[in-house]
Design a protein around this ligand. Structure first.
Ligand SMILES: *Cc1c(COP(=O)(O)O)cnc(C)c1O
Length: 404
């Protein structure tokens, strides 16, 4: 009898008790809108911004309604105009090209490497030919490229970097927190990310003018003085007449839930990576399966894991996924021709001009993805890896037999 896994790949942990208590307090006093404050009260949203800025080391932080909102807001606040071209990853999730479209701009996709990071040679070439002034860099699935090389390249090319840290909240590159290399960084607090408020996001930057524009865009009216992690009122002198209000404010209820979780974030990140390492250890040495080696410089958070079934026939990959699913292990394949669940490919974002990305296509054709929720124990992770290893092994041997 084959072993089965019975846990849920979509079940997160409960909100910590102190977060529930803080949320109840907000509901009891009823001041949920971030600018609805009693005398002398700072408000949970402003306090959360102060706490998150301190956590990353950024001077400024704005809490908003989603990670996707933060991305579009960052592009606008960085001066991206309708019709502009914006460089971005060919391998990412739909909110990233969606944010570029939201700003009226056009994505120019950069190839991914076999290590699932941005291909810096392709970036250098497209930085020169595209006319883009901004790179929206997605640290997709938590894989961080050589940030020193990337920043040097972008500085030389005069390209501003906006980091999408949806999968790298709490991660670092050579000790520098992810999101602290570029001009601005965006994070998500949607249920499947590293903090969970259902929906939500952050925009961080050290740049006074950018943050003043973002605060106005987010719908501060003339109440920006109530922020605790924004530039002083002088920075809003002209900006307040220039930026449209595109409401996307965080509320005090979600902020209360998030502040409690933020205190535990470093410990939670360590728990994710412990689980990741347990899965990774079980996948090493499986014939036909390529583990994606993480670099020593990368302080990643293992909230999901990827591996490659390189140059496999699509039918054989489908067999592995179906057999794993039958044994309770939910895997996603980035090579599927049709978008499904949370995965889609650059060729299904048809609002963007079609682009030839042969290297990315080759990587995605063999790319398998799995979420690692913290509700799994490390023993669960070892069992899951055993199931994947067995099914990959069976399909690989089957293919070898057919090939004779
Ligand atoms: C989740 C996610 C976002 C932002 O998502 P929201 O659902 O808008 O908070 C951005 N980029 C990536 C890669 C994501 O996975």
């Amino acid at each position: 009898m084959d072993e089965r896994f019975t846990g849920s790949f979509t079940q997160q942990e409960p909100i910590p008790e102190d977060g529930i208590a803080a949320a109840l307090e907000v509901m009891r006093h009823g001041r949920l809108h971030r600018y609805n404050l009693a005398e002398g009260e700072a408000g949970e949203a402003a306090l959360l911004e102060r706490d998150f800025a301190a956590f990353t080391g950024a001077r400024h932080c704005l809490a908003v309604t989603s990670g996707g909102y933060a991305l579009a807001c960052a592009l606008r606040a960085a001066g991206v105009r309708p019709g502009d071209r914006v460089l971005s990853n060919a391998f990412t999730l739909a909110p990233v090209p969606g944010a570029i479209a939201n700003a009226g701009a056009e994505p120019v996709f950069v190839e991914a490497t076999r290590a699932l990071v941005l291909d810096l040679d392709d970036l250098a070439a497209k930085a020169e030919t595209s006319g883009a002034r901004v790179l929206m860099l997605s640290h997709m699935r938590g894989h961080i490229c050589d940030m020193d090389a990337l920043m040097a390249l972008c500085r030389r090319a005069g390209i501003a970097v906006i980091e999408d840290c949806a999968h790298t909240m709490g991660a670092d590159w050579r000790g520098v927190p992810s999101g602290r290399h570029g001009l601005a960084a965006c994070y998500s607090t949607q249920t499947y990310k590293h903090l969970n408020s259902g929906e939500g996001g952050f925009l961080t930057t050290d740049d006074d003018a950018l943050m003043a524009r973002a605060v106005m865009l987010s719908g501060s009216y003339m109440l920006y003085g109530r922020h605790l992690a924004a530039p002083p009122p002088e920075a809003f002198e002209t900006v307040r007449y220039e930026m449209p209000n595109m409401s996307g404010r965080m509320d005090n209820l979600r902020a209360a839930i998030l502040r409690a979780q933020l205190r535990d974030l470093p410990a939670q990140c360590a728990r994710w990576t412990e689980r990741y390492r347990a899965v990774e250890a079980g996948l090493r040495g499986v014939p036909g399966l390529t583990v994606i080696e993480r670099r020593a410089e990368e302080g990643f958070v293992g909230s999901s894991i990827q591996f490659l079934l390189e140059d496999w026939a699509p039918g054989d990959i489908g067999t592995v996924l179906a057999r794993c699913a039958a044994r309770g292990v939910a895997l996603k394949w980035f090579g599927a021709p049709e978008p499904s669940a949370y995965t889609s490919r650059h060729d299904s974002w048809r609002y963007a001009p079609a682009q030839a990305l042969p290297r990315t296509d080759r990587v995605l054709a063999g790319l398998v993805d799995m979420r690692i929720p913290l509700t799994f124990s490390t023993e669960d992770c070892t069992l899951i890896a055993r199931i994947i290893a067995q099914e990959v092994g069976r399909a690989y041997q089957g293919a070898a037999r057919r090939a004779g």
